[in-house]
Design a protein around this ligand. Structure first.
Ligand SMILES: [Zn+2]
Ligand SMILES: [Zn+2]
Length: 315
């Protein structure tokens, strides 16, 4: 019986680099120079001496035979790997088909994560407490509870460390996070720090580029500005207004009230809320003080947009 040689090629390009345990798809072409129809014959993927997955030739286009898409997962360890894809060959009715193989060399890498640090008060009190939140999200949504994170100051020293908690940040699928507390630098100024993933602690490797974040330090805020925001002319309190006394901010409560901790100094007072406006003014802080702010009702963003559409010279 004649023996026909076969050639095996990958129908889909196989990636050179893939994340550990990532799902993979392999489809194969097996061709015989005589154009034999080899449908139904098996193909398999072998790694570390074990058959990892098998499929069969499903289509014949007159020249080559194409397999199903074979689904499997990348190895769970980071490193270099070699798999062999194999068409075992078989004695057919008219001819015997020789075995053919194809080597796949690739590298596995950790799951790519993104890391964020947020919540630093800016300005923070120079030399005071610096509360922060650090969160890490795996691009594949892995649970990262127990992962260790660290915060590194501008001099490259560890300023805080923490362990990611049980539940993802509210409203996110998989941003695992923790609250940490560092000590702010003693000097006043702008600081650039980084947060990093020290150890994911997961069986599958995870890696994240360090996240840079910045904050400002200022004098200790020893005074309190008690603010009340009233709509004019209605004289009703306005909630949810962002009040700024220089760089120090607070949001008003349901009674239109807010307390802003401020240091001694002279600051411009402004407010921000869609649909409200107040003229900025300057205040000199030399002790606790009371600020009453009248907010004028003005058209909000949506109203302005609708107006722009209505007033557009359409014709
Ligand atoms: Zn053949
Ligand atoms: Zn992951």
């Amino acid at each position: 019986m004649p023996v026909h040689p076969t050639t095996l090629t990958a129908a889909l390009e196989f990636p050179a680099e893939v994340e550990v345990d990532a799902p993979l798809e392999i489809a194969l072409h097996v061709a015989c120079p005589h154009g034999c129809d080899l449908r139904g014959l098996p193909v398999e993927v072998v790694g570390a001496g074990e058959v990892l997955a098998a499929g069969e030739l499903a289509d014949h286009d007159g020249a080559a035979n194409v397999s199903d898409e074979i689904q499997l997962h990348a190895p769970r360890r980071v490193g270099e790997h070699e798999w062999t894809v194999r068409f075992p060959g078989r004695a057919g009715e008219a001819a015997e088909h020789a075995e053919s193989t194809l080597r796949l060399r690739f590298r596995t890498v950790p799951h790519a994560c993104s890391l964020t640090a947020w919540g630093a008060p800016s300005p923070a009190t120079a030399g005071g407490k610096l509360p922060l939140k650090v969160g890490v999200r795996c691009g594949r949504g892995c649970r990262l509870t127990g992962a260790r994170v660290a915060v590194i100051d501008g001099a490259g020293k560890q300023a805080a460390a923490g362990v990611l908690g049980e539940a993802p940040w509210p409203g996110t699928e998989a941003l695992y996070w923790t609250a940490v507390e560092a000590r702010a630098p003693v000097g006043e100024g702008v600081h650039a720090w980084t947060a990093l993933l020290a150890d994911a602690g997961t069986e599958l490797a995870h890696a994240a580029p360090p996240a840079a974040f910045g904050f400002r330090t200022g004098k200790p805020c020893e005074h309190r500005a008690t603010v009340r925001v009233i709509a004019t002319p209605a004289r009703t309190p306005v909630a949810g207004v962002e009040v700024r006394v220089g760089p120090y901010t607070a949001a008003t409560n349901a009674d239109g009230g807010a307390t802003v901790a401020v240091p001694r100094g002279t600051f411009e007072v402004t407010i921000r809320k869609d649909g409200f406006d107040a003229r900025p003014f300057t205040v000199a802080v030399d002790g606790d003080l009371q600020l009453d702010i009248e907010a004028r009702v003005v058209p909000g963003r949506i109203e302005l947009r609708e107006r722009a559409i209505r007033d557009f010279p359409w014709g």
